[in-house]
Write a protein that binds this ligand. Structure first.
Ligand code: CQM
Length: 284
């Protein structure tokens, strides 16, 4: 048994339920950060993944670790010297949540797996959440987080990111470059104090990235938003996404979509053959 596996023995956190009155304000602020064309909230319905600006935790300042991330939390694995990344997830929407109405989220630990990848040993933690409003189940979500233990390695493979816009033949396309202001505003909106997103000396010197890291949730949203804008008549009912490589502020990326009858394959490219994020979006 590896040290990582040993540290997880007996870890079995209980489910937790929280509620949110779903004020429209966070959604309107998110629309500004994403530069979403009007109308933002048709019939008050939250677009797919926009619930990420709700149900937020604001731990006391003293309860944050040196990385800005909470030092303790229900679904944070007891891994020594923990380093975390958002790796992917799946969302099924039966009926969208509506703003201006209390909604409830129940989260539980779904799955823990220690795996060995190109970057060494890591633990994948999947958290499953059910969202209810007006007594009905509206969405089921699974989110995969990856945790590593120990000091950051030198990430020399990231240092040579190209500085040109990637090109692709996909039907839907949108250019995107993360900049520090947008990353800061997205961190604030998602109550994410992780320093890799806004503290460049920390990102470079401590976590050894070549720059600020673009949020995984932001990349996932760019993909669903491109699909939503191009298929306004068909509501999105499923999203399955994976974050494959970190993206850094200043890196020109291309968000692409290749539609099919009832789904679309989405990617974020940092070079024509480098997929940094991918998603499959299903239309109802
Ligand atoms: C995830 C990394 C570390 C895998 O690392 P790797 O490349 O070394 O892995 P691999 O060699 O591709 O695969 C190894 C195993 O892992 C599995 N695997 C591989 N990927 C996934 C995935 N997504 N979900 C589930 N499983 C996955 C894969 O299927 C395989 O399993 P197997 O051995 O059973 O076949 C690597 O792909 C990576 O660095 N991705 C980018 C992560 C990223 O940049 N996230 C956004 C920034 S962090 C963030 O936003 C955070 C936030 C918001 O601040 C906050 O929550 O705190």
């Amino acid at each position: 048994m590896s040290d990582l596996e040993a540290s997880l023995k007996g870890w079995d956190p209980d489910p937790v339920t929280s509620s949110d009155a779903l004020s429209p304000d966070p959604a309107l602020a998110l629309a500004a950060v994403l530069e979403t064309p009007r109308p933002f909230l048709v019939d008050g319905e939250l677009p797919p993944l926009w619930h990420w600006v709700y149900f937020l935790d604001w731990p006391a300042h003293g309860d944050l670790g040196a990385d800005g991330h909470p030092a303790h939390g229900r679904f944070l694995p007891p891994v020594p010297n923990r380093r975390r990344m958002f790796a992917g997830g799946r969302l099924t929407i039966t009926r969208p949540l509506r703003v201006d109405g209390v909604a409830e989220r129940t989260s539980s630990l779904s799955h823990v797996a220690v795996k060995r990848g190109r970057s060494g040993e890591m633990v994948f933690v999947t958290v499953r959440s059910e969202f209810r409003q007006e007594g009905g189940l509206r969405m089921v979500e699974e989110q995969d987080y990856v945790y590593r233990s120990g000091e950051s390695e030198t990430r020399s493979s990231y240092a040579t990111a190209p500085r040109q816009w990637p090109e692709a033949a996909a039907a839907w396309q949108q250019r995107f470059t993360g900049d520090s202001v947008r990353l800061f505003r997205f961190s604030a909106l998602t109550a994410n104090a992780h320093r890799i997103h806004y503290d460049e000396p920390y990102a470079r010197e401590v976590e050894r990235y070549p720059g600020l890291v673009v949020h995984g949730p932001l990349l996932a949203m760019l993909m669903t938003e491109l699909a939503r804008r191009n298929r306004a008549e068909s509501p999105i009912s499923t999203v399955d996404y994976r974050l494959r490589r970190p993206v850094f502020a200043g890196t020109p990326t291309l968000v692409t979509g290749t539609p099919d009858e009832d789904s679309a394959e989405m990617t974020v490219l940092s070079a024509p053959d480098t997929v940094v994020a991918q998603a499959k979006v299903g239309f109802a």
